[in-house]
Design a protein around this ligand. Structure first.
Ligand SMILES: *Cc1c(COP(=O)(O)O)cnc(C)c1O
Length: 459
């Protein structure tokens, strides 16, 4: 197709919606390291995981070999309410940047929760329902995951209890109301409702909380209440599996256009949108069928890939969760009250960590004010008000497009526009008022939390 004949938006039909999720692990030569039992230092078995997670999700979590998991019809029907999501050619942004690069984005903000998280929320709620459970518990940072899960639970008639990172609970009261409208109960974390919450409050009075801490609380409640399981919106292998629907659709749309991205960019919090977006492309790369440059973009305030270490660590602050081998800043790292709430996690998906470690993808950290400059530029020409998290990817996409302006290269850039920023207006307000700051942890801050990494028992 001639460059200027490419449509602004490429939609797949409902019939073309993927029928199976793609499990990237099946094509990885070095598999992600297994989750370990923190007590014994041995790989966790399905049996040990089933008190925490639903059975089918445990199966998906531990399966490194099956390349495709069929998407149940009920989940595909739910997907049809807001998918396939469009692949958009950012003609207006290209013009503003005066770049020869072609820029595309895959837009996941087209549902009430405002992000890609609904793709996994409906899957996890579905398997909980299948198992005959009463409800699920979870944590939420910025609130997108909690909102997505409350929509999924309302749809399937499941009870939902959400622990919301306190800073977000206070900054984003409207998110909380959306969750409550869908029937979820929402508690600011750390709370006095759990043992771990009370312990953290005693140790760090006045803490604004963290995802790691909210996770500990949600797991504790799930394990203590019969008929409940815990669900997590990022990091886990199963979540990346569900999110592969993003990449599969993007790949199908590119195939329709007869195009191929050179550079694929995504923001990275726990790694689920990026892992999902790159899945089929990385699969080709792993099988030696094609090559792509893949860039993870993280906040300079929480730089797991670029300043963390590749080691076994806890996923939560309370140190009750399994150990995962990942790029981590240490589970005791509490990031500054950075507004990209969805990227405030100390660790990273084990799949992406292994791929990064093996040199199959790059990472870079960007500062908050430059992220909002990119968000503003994007909003003004492309129309969509982006989520701060997504704007990390926009920043890197713009930077790559500007490099193409320098070199004259006509690269094709794809980035994940994971969501909209309507609930992030406090952050936009700070930016507009010129009072936004960039908080970057010092080497001493990081050395302290990294020194506290768990010592593994001799296996
Ligand atoms: C949660 C979230 C992210 C980050 O989570 P990942 O698991 O790394 O994808 C990014 N963008 C938006 C809009 C989010 O809600």
């Amino acid at each position: 197709m001639k460059n200027n004949e490419i449509p602004y938006k490429t939609y797949l039909t409902e019939q073309e919606l993927p029928t199976a999720w793609y499990n990237l692990r099946a094509d990885m030569k070095t598999k992600p390291a297994p989750l370990l039992n923190p007590g014994t230092g041995k790989p966790l078995t399905a049996q040990e995981l089933t008190p925490i997670f639903c059975e089918e999700l445990v199966r998906q979590e531990l399966d490194n070999d099956t390349p495709f998991f069929p998407i149940p019809d009920e989940i595909r029907d739910f997907y049809k309410m807001y998918r396939p999501s469009p692949l958009v050619r950012a003609y207006c942004l290209e013009k503003v940047l005066d770049t020869p690069a072609k820029i595309y984005y895959k837009f996941e903000g087209n549902n009430t929760s405002g992000s890609h998280k609904l793709n996994s929320a409906i899957a996890q709620a579905y398997y909980a329902k299948q198992q005959g459970l009463k409800g699920v518990t979870t944590e939420t940072g910025a609130g997108q995951w909690g909102t997505a899960l409350s929509m999924a639970c309302a749809y399937l008639g499941l009870d939902l209890k959400v622990f919301m990172v306190k800073v977000s609970y206070e900054q984003k009261p409207f998110r909380r109301e959306v969750m409550r409208t869908y029937g979820a109960s929402v508690t600011p974390s750390p709370s006095t409702e759990t043992e771990i919450g009370r312990k953290i409050l005693a140790e760090f009075p006045g803490t604004t909380g963290s995802l790691g801490c909210a996770i500990s609380e949600a797991v504790e409640v799930a394990v203590k209440n019969p008929g409940y399981r815990y669900v997590l919106g990022s990091v886990l292998n199963q979540v990346l599996l569900h999110q592969s629907v993003i990449g599969l659709e993007a790949k199908a749309a590119f195939d329709k256009l007869g195009e191929k991205p050179d550079i694929i960019i995504g923001c990275a919090g726990g790694g689920s949108n990026l892992g999902g977006l790159i899945a089929p492309f990385m699969g080709e790369k792993l099988r030696g069928e094609a090559d792509y440059r893949i860039i993870a973009v993280e906040p300079a305030s929480c730089p797991s890939f670029t300043r963390g270490v590749f080691a076994y660590d806890f996923c939560d602050t309370g140190m009750i969760c399994p150990l995962a081998k990942m790029y981590t800043l240490g589970s005791s790292f509490i990031p500054s009250a950075n507004h990209a709430g969805g990227l405030r996690f100390h660790g990273m998906s084990t799949i992406l960590s292994q791929l990064y470690h093996d040199g199959l993808m790059e990472a870079r950290a960007v500062e908050q004010t430059s992220v909002f400059q990119a968000a503003e530029q994007f909003a003004r020409c492309e129309g969509i008000l982006p989520a701060p998290e997504s704007s990390h990817a926009i920043r890197a996409a713009i930077d790559e497009a500007l490099k193409c302006r320098e070199t004259g290269e006509e690269k094709t850039i794809l980035f994940g526009l994971t969501g909209t920023g309507y609930f992030d207006l406090t952050a936009y307000q700070q930016f507009n008022d010129g009072v936004m700051t960039d908080t970057i942890p010092t080497d001493e801050d990081l050395a302290r939390s990294i020194a506290a990494l768990p010592k593994l028992p001799e296996a």
